[in-house]
Design a protein around this ligand. Structure first.
Ligand SMILES: NC(=O)c1ccc[n+]([C@@H]2O[C@H](COP(=O)([O-])OP(=O)(O)OC[C@H]3O[C@@H](n4cnc5c(N)ncnc54)[C@H](OP(=O)(O)O)[C@@H]3O)[C@@H](O)[C@H]2O)c1
Length: 292
């Protein structure tokens, strides 16, 4: 499928006045190299919270609110939801570009069998511009990938988990760690058993990120992991691409944060505030802030 919005700028349509960075607020991002600024007029700044890594999440949704196809679908990645939108991949690269760590659930990793959670993977032609921006921002060459799994059911040879220049940490349970450690692991991968039970608590994932020195964590899903971070009130902002595709209703489809098996507790019914709107072709790029 040809991308509908290939190469178009993500045109700013509206921004809430209070989100414009003010003096004294520590923020990540700001002005970007010209090759990126051409695609993203204005700047991208994310305010940093002082006491823990700031968490932003990025999802693409169909117009009827679907973010993931059922496991029985032959192709079930985010690309199918966005209609392989090049602009959506640009937005993904931008957010990865300013993140210290990208956090993903094992379900997303298993579906994306060739994916790597770096800017270069989604925008190879702009890899140098992203590298220059990260250097200017004082960030490591590539964000660290943190994969969350209870079972440890991951292939250590997965191309996105075994590139020698992309640090990978698997955040897991003792059983998951035992399973992974029974196999040869690539040199870039560390396994951390950070839970005593059969789930990895959302807070422990962030503590792990903080121990690596991270100030900005990007959660790229999937819906289960995002739901758990939301329930723990640990998501600060959501970047949501609305793709102009109708997927159709099906009991097997996941909707963002309406996930079976996730207890939302106090996270349920939380309101967010729309803070920015951009557009490229028929794709809408929405930014929301969750109040603490
Ligand atoms: N539209 C989008 O923007 C977008 C973004 C991301 C993903 N997706 C789609 O979402 C689908 C996958 O959905 P999903 O909700 O199953 O994905 P997921 O959250 O990535 O994966 C769920 C799995 O992650 C592990 N996990 C998550 N939270 C955990 C925790 N707190 N403790 C321990 N393990 C945890 C578990 O792995 P184990 O089973 O190994 O224990 C769990 O089975 C895919 O089709 C993917 O393409 C869409």
């Amino acid at each position: 499928m040809t991308s509908r919005s290939e190469g178009l700028p993500l045109e700013p349509l509206w921004q809430a006045p209070e989100t414009v960075a003010t003096d004294g607020v520590e923020a990540r991002g700001g002005l970007m190299p010209p090759a990126l600024a051409e695609r993203f007029p204005g700047d991208l700044a994310v305010g940093l919270v002082p006491e823990r890594p700031t968490v932003i999440a990025n999802f693409v949704s169909s117009v009827d609110g679907v973010v993931a196809l059922g496991p029985s679908e032959p192709a079930a990645g985010g690309g199918e939801i966005s209609g392989f939108s090049e602009s959506d991949r640009f937005m993904m690269a931008l957010l990865r570009g300013i993140a210290d760590v990208v956090i993903v659930g094992a379900g997303t990793v298993r579906v994306g069998s060739r994916h790597e959670w770096t800017p270069r993977r989604v925008q190879p032609a702009l890899a140098e511009a992203f590298a220059a921006w990260r250097e200017e921002l004082g960030l490591s060459a590539q964000p660290t990938t943190i994969v969350v799994t209870a079972s440890g059911n991951l292939d250590p040879a997965h191309p996105g988990l075994s590139a020698s220049d992309v640090p990978v940490i698997v955040a897991t349970t003792p059983a998951g760690a035992a399973r992974l450690n029974s196999r040869p692991l690539p040199a870039n991968m560390k396994v951390e058993a950070i839970s005593c039970g059969d789930r990895v608590p959302a807070g422990a994932i962030l503590e792990l990120a903080q121990r690596t020195g991270a100030r900005l964590a990007l959660c790229e899903g999937g819906p289960h992991l995002f739901g758990e971070l939301l329930a723990a009130r640990l998501v600060d902002e959501l970047f949501l691409t609305l793709a102009p595709q109708v997927i159709g209703r099906d009991a097997n489809l996941h909707r963002l944060a309406l996930v079976e098996g996730t207890s939302f507790g106090e996270g349920r019914g939380r309101w967010s505030k729309l803070t920015a709107v951009r557009r490229a072709g028929d794709d809408l790029f929405l930014r929301y802030r969750f109040e603490p």
